[in-house]
Design a protein around this ligand. Structure first.
Ligand code: ADP
Length: 661
């Protein structure tokens, strides 16, 4: 690590540098990917605009072609314009002598109704004089004479007047019967209107006055049906006023009226324009009636025959005709939805949807009768699967980022583990150096004293030699421990198993420890169950493991001065435990302390010497004997380390040194 450390300034920073090196390309790739997607989207929107413009031009050209084809058909007397049975359009031919509309039945009112014959007036002069002087009964008599006239118009005129007078006289029931008679006279006219229509309307109005609801509804419905079925050729004004009144009585609109009304209204307008002489050249307009837009085309047509004069042929087309004849022919354009808007600024207009992205082609630009609003068809916007392409790029980017991050996490964990190991090793080296320094220093000191003092008294010399011997033995113990642990780990330690009773073995260990390992004031209690049984073990190795536990109990005793050693038989195992009342071990450390070189927080906090291999070695030895070692501990209360070993009768050949297996 030294090279890396000098370059990057320490393992932590090395880790950060590594993360940075890994993350920078990931961020760069992500950024580039996003830019790519952005550009792709921009390109696509530009392409879409271009395509929409082209499609828009095609729509305009297609519509122009379709409308022009219809106009050609109008000019041709043998016009092939097909109008649907439900009448989505009306074909109108206007001549000086009148107007033909086809299908006629679809027209609600007649722009040029036939003129009624002049009204007979003189016949009624006497009766009316009596009526207006208040002699109602005599007036009725006078009218009744005329009501028998063979002339139907005089008869109708008389009946109207009788009905009127009877009502003035407060005899409405009789008036009702008179109006009924009148409604049966079909070829007559009263004040320019068909007599039967006048009779039926008067009767219905009287029923309303009399509040005869059922009769009123029936009569009004029949009248409405006949009006709509064009029983009478009425002009627009009369039709509108009669239809309006009848609608009030029935309270309902006859079905499919809106389009018929709009078409009839447009025919009427076209006729009025023709009469004004305003239709000299061909034309196209859109007219709004109610909420229905009607397209009106007209073409000056050739004379239909000799002596018949000029004529103008027009087409009044409803929205259904427009969709059927003109829009359907645009089908191949496919990309756009087309809305036909009335260009008349007076016409109120619903806010156009998606106005921002819509393409607008005004009537003035295109020469078509409508303003066109062209919008992208939903679903048509994904050009060449570009959005799925973008999804793939995004998924790829996400994958790269995930892989890089996962890789970074794995490597970071690996590196941090290695760093931990390196730190442990360096801690171990400094701990071992410290352990060596103490006996070496004392050796050095005593050797120096012996060197300087030429003739030390024998007693003093012995003390010095003993001190030197202790230092040497400590060094030897330390070195042997390290070497043995290395061998054990490598599986090369030569265990020498022998069967022995646990009791004497443990009490012997405790006695030896009491003799040379226990500082002043410590009580080491040893309790051995009589039936604790035998074990098969390497006396030295297992002895060293248990001694490590005893030494730790003293080292980490804090203020506690009592150590309890127990040996018991628990079924098929023998348990040897060492309990102290010392510092205890935090729960978080209880597993880790068995790992080599790991030292607890307490050892650092209280400056307790050690190398961190005592427990690791104890576990290595116990496991080699087929047993295990566990700890229970409470901080500031003490710890109990328990070694469990198979009892000898169950543990034939239990020692399985990795080297010898
Ligand atoms: P060392 O004692 O040299 O540090 P060990 O492997 O013997 O190494 O012990 C590892 C750690 O376990 C010690 O540093 C100490 O924190 C903790 N430990 C071991 N025995 C005891 C004990 N009896 N009481 C409290 N802590 C203990």
């Amino acid at each position: 690590m030294p090279v890396a450390s000098s370059w990057f300034g320490g393992p932590k920073r090395l880790l950060w540098s590594f993360a940075l090196v890994l993350l920078l390309p990931a961020v760069a790739v992500g950024w580039l990917g996003l830019r790519l997607i952005d550009q792709d989207r921009e390109l696509e929107s530009r392409q879409r605009l271009e395509r929409r413009d082209i499609a828009g031009e095609r729509v305009v050209a297609g519509l122009e072609r379709a409308v022009a084809a219809t106009e050609r058909q109008l000019r041709d007397p043998r016009s092939g314009i097909s109008i649907q049975p439900g009448a989505d359009a009306l074909l109108v031919t206007m001549r000086a002598d009148g107007l033909d509309a086809s299908p006629t039945a679809h027209l609600l009112f007649t722009p040029d109704p036939p003129r009624a014959a002049p009204e007979p007036t003189t016949e009624f002069t006497d009766g009316e004089a009596l009526e207006f002087n208040g002699s109602h009964a005599r007036a009725v008599e006078s009218y009744k004479v005329l009501a028998r006239s063979p002339d139907e118009t005089i008869r109708a005129g008389a009946l109207v007047r009788i009905g009127r007078t009877l009502r003035k006289m407060g005899r409405p029931i009789e008036a009702l019967a008179v109006y009924e008679d009148l409604s049966r006279i079909t070829r007559s006219h009263v004040a320019g209107l068909p007599g039967d229509l006048v009779g039926r309307r008067a009767r219905t109005a009287l029923l309303a006055e009399l509040d005869r609801r059922d009769q009123l509804r029936a009569s009004a419905r029949e009248l409405q049906a006949d009006l709509v079925a064009r029983r009478w050729a009425l002009d627009r004004g009369t039709f509108v006023s009669y239809a309006g009144q009848v609608r009030e009585w029935t309270g309902e609109e006859p079905p499919a009226m809106a389009e018929r009304e709009a078409l009839s209204d447009a025919v009427d307008w076209l006729w009025q324009e023709w009469r004004r002489g305003a239709l000299t050249s061909a034309g196209r307009v859109v007219r709004r009636h109610g909420s229905t837009d009607v397209t009106v085309l007209w073409q000056p047509g050739a004379a239909a025959g000799p002596g018949q004069g000029d004529r103008v042929v027009g087409l009044v087309a409803g929205p259904r005709f427009l969709a059927r004849e003109w829009v359907r022919s645009l089908a191949p354009v496919g990309l756009l939805d087309v809305a036909f808007v009335n260009p008349d600024p007076q016409v109120p207009r619903a806010a156009p949807a998606a106005a921002a992205s819509a393409l607008r082609r005004s009537a003035a630009d295109t020469g078509l009768p409508w303003t066109l609003i062209l919008t992208d068809k939903p679903g048509a916007s994904d050009l060449d699967g570009s959005s799925s392409r973008r999804r793939v790029v995004l998924a790829g980017l996400a994958l790269i980022v995930v892989v890089v991050l996962a890789g970074a996490v794995v490597v970071a964990r690996g590196v941090s583990h290695e760093l931990d190991v390196a730190r442990l090793q360096s801690d171990f080296v400094s701990a071992v150096s410290h352990e060596f320094r103490t006996p070496l220093t004392s050796l050095q000191q005593f050797t120096a004293i012996l060197n300087e003092d030429n003739e030390p008294p024998p007693a003093k010399r012995r003390v010095f030699y003993q001190a030197q011997a202790r230092a040497v033995s400590r060094l030897q113990h330390l070195v042997e421990s390290l070497l043995d642990f290395g061998r054990m780990e490598a599986g090369a330690y030569p265990y020498r198993p022998e069967q022995m009773p646990v009791g004497p073995f443990v009490s012997g260990l405790v006695a030896a420890f009491r003799g040379d390992g226990t500082p002043e004031g410590f009580v080491v209690d040893c309790a051995i169950d009589t039936d604790s049984g035998d074990i098969t073990a390497d006396r030295d190795a297992l002895g060293r493991a248990i001694r490590n536990l005893l030494e730790n109990a003293v080292k980490y005793s804090g203020d506690g001065r009592r150590i309890d050693v127990r040996a018991t038989r628990r079924g098929r195992v023998v348990a040897v435990s060492v309990r102290d009342e010392g510092l205890g071990i935090p729960h978080a450390e209880q597993q880790r302390i068995f790992t080599k070189f790991v030292r607890g927080a307490a050892s650092r906090m209280y400056g307790i010497n050690g190398t961190g291999i005592g427990l690791a070695m104890a576990r290595e030895i116990v496991r080699a004997h087929g047993g295990d070692i566990t700890v229970e501990s409470i901080v500031a209360s003490g710890s109990t380390f328990t070694v469990t070993l198979p009892a000898a009768d169950t543990a034939r050949d239990a020692i399985h040194s990795r080297g010898s297996s």
